[in-house]
Design a protein around this ligand. Sequence first.
Ligand code: ARG
Length: 441
Amino acid sequence: MKLWGGRFTGREDNIMKKFNTSLPVDRRLYFEDITGSIAHVKMLVACELLTEDEGTLLVDGLESILKDIESGVLKVEGDFEDIHSFVEMNLTERIGEVGKKLHTARSRNDQVAVDMRQYAKNKGQEVMVALQQLIDSLNKKAAENNVIMPGYTHLQRAQVVTFNHHLGAYVQMFSRDKKRIENAVNILDENPLGCGALAGTTHNIDRQITTDLLGFSKPVDNFLDGVSDRDYLLELMSGFSITMMHMSRLSEELILWSSQEFKFIEMDDAYATGSSIMPQKKNPDAAELIRGKTGRVYGSLFALLTTLKGLPLTYNKDMQEDKEQFFDALDTVLDCLEIMAKMIDTLHVQEENMKAAIKAGFLNATEVADYLVSKGTAFRDAHEIVGKIIIYCEEQEKAIEDLTIAELAKFSDHIAEDIYAYIDYDAILEKGNKKLIKKTK
Ligand code: ARG
């Protein structure tokens, strides 16, 4: 069941056969492989390298294989080296001798290159759709929860923000991720079919025809590059890695926020699990798994970078390793994006606990200093004065706004009744840069 037996007299070792085969992995390229072959046949007919009748037989045969795979009648399995061998041998079995003409003016090197580019292009677009769904979920949850919460630096309560603004930060991250994927898809959108094994072909083919039929923007400019370029997989996987990193940061916050220590949110039961021993537990497993799987996607990116780094031009069998890494990274990022969007859709915000955390955290301390500055105190002096006020509040177990004017005046002559309006949390949000909050599309 091989495409290349002619030059061999000895038999392949069974362990070698098992080691070499890629069908269990590249079987998922069947659609791109068959549609690529159909375009190739149509081009060969247009260039008079095949007759119309031969072309019809080949295209009908390929279409019937596609139909049978999609309906489940034909299973993509068996003793074949790869998806290309599977399709070609199946074709010859169905339509007879003419099937052997399919591979005219083509190599598996440009064939696999075109299959992977098509697949990467389609799946890149799928990731963009999934990113947009997550962005929509974040925007919706943000709009429903324009509630006040502590903002953090160093994981210490810092200044007051809104939950809306906090989720909005992630909207920005995922919007940039989407642009990165879109950019990678635009760069890869070139047709390598017609590059042959590495040096084109002596047949008078027309690469523009397959380019148009397959919907690529142009044929590649260089044959050697066309069969050995896997940059586009690295670019997509870099995009996936950055997306995972952003989801991992969001996961970390969801995990913290749903802890008893924060209690800012409650996860829906659908995305949590219990403990086999501790009956009270509700664990945020979905978020933890996303955080964990981030390492796996980085690993795939690094595996492929390392595989490619020492390869001479052009095709080397090492490159077959691209698929397992790319497919795993892709499946992981798609699963995680879907789960993350659902987790965001269903989480419940515990508004009262967010508010209580603000009171306890002196989140208007910076604004007390700003108030003193507005009355003529130098900022550095104001900072010092507020530090003293905080010590006093801690001793008294009071918030700054709960001190009387008499108490406050002990720290500075500049403090008057208007301070309360100045350091009120809603007023701070109103005045502050929260004006920036707008719904990101
Ligand atoms: N399974 C191979 C791959 O994924 C297809 C290309 C094989 N080409 C070759 N010259 N052996 O890279």
